[in-house]
Design a protein around this ligand. Sequence first.
Ligand code: S3P
Length: 442
Amino acid sequence: MKIKSANYLQGTIELPGDKSISHRAAMFATLANGSTKIENFATSADCASTLSCLEKLGVEIKREGSTVYVQGVGKTGFTAPTEDLDCGNSGTTMRMLAGILAGQNFNSVLVGDESLSKRPMQRVILPLQLMDAEIASEENHAPLRITGKNPLRAITYGSKVASAQVKSCILLAGLFADGKTAVLNPRSKKPTPNSRNHTELMLKYLGVELEEQYLVDGTDFIHKITIDGNSELTARDLNVPSDISSAAFFLVAGACLPNSEITLKNVGLNPSRRGIVDVLQNLGAEIEILDEREVCNEKVGDLRVIGSASLTSKPESNVLKGDVISNIIDEIPVLAVFGTQLENGLEIREAEELRVKESDRISAVVENLRRMGATVEEFSDGLRVEKSKLKGATIDVYHDHRIAMAFAIAGLFAEGETTINDAEWASVSFPAFFETLERLKR
Ligand code: S3P
């Protein structure tokens, strides 16, 4: 894909449904008793992987554009799969399904593509084994061969990573346990979830009585979530907000190109996901939130971004670390690109999780920014980028959708043409990304 620089971006768009929420909508609708209509279901390849795994488990699913109809089977109405369940590139599919499959009375095998097969699975294998599930892996990597057990053993588990996939996996397995299962998340400085809480919000929306507490430890808080193995999910229609992680690319482009004005409709603004909006605003971006409302327990609103010739920020805003990192984890590649346009540059630390995403996102961002002429320093836990004049280059996306899209945005600010190799990886989360970008470009 060839990207030429842009004068500015203009228009109103509605982006596809949120990837994280769509995975949960499909899985929870399946576990519910009754049928569910899901509107604005993500168009991403990752969420298609979730649907196809569920179909291989005997679930009846009908797809009409972005509307998906799921016939719930309850917690134990699955049929044993006759083939491996292919999660493709999707970590959320593999880690969350592992929780559900651990509690079934049949065996299953979860497989993934080359990138997913390199990602750490110990973080879900360990708690599931403590719950009595048998899981064989290739040295803690996929394929995961699960010998399900019902009921599982209820546990209280302290997770070392602030990961929504890990806590969701344990909570889902907890639905099949003989008592109450609790997850203690890593400590944080505020009594708010330190990873996205779509699972908690949707389970509650479907009638599950989760208990949530913030344990105080000195000046820190520990978010404890407890689920009862007797809980049942009641089917209710779901409406998925547009994906704020996809919106992030347009927020960055719109903020940096003077005279731009983009309105993004119906964007998910869950407080555990909207960090990108606050961070961009603190760094001088002009972003307005309009018509904030609540849909199916999730905050939603429209975002308007206006381009500016000079972005001014307080110096302390230019170092991002601590609790904010998990809130902006998927937006860091495009934030690093944003950093090249800031007077004081941008430093991102305590973000070592980026090394185990769809690619090693620290090294992928550093390598590609350098190709474009930016001054960047790499740390084991992050990077520092200086204000830089970018020039067109050939980008290697390392099989990573967010690298493909982040560097398409960098191409808009660069002198000369940027070539994104294997740009089709964008479809893992946003198949129409390049068309949407072209539509807005002036
Ligand atoms: C996700 C959680 C995050 C995020 C991923 C989607 C989810 O991963 O990076 O893109 O849907 O739960 P971790 O749970 O590994 O932090």
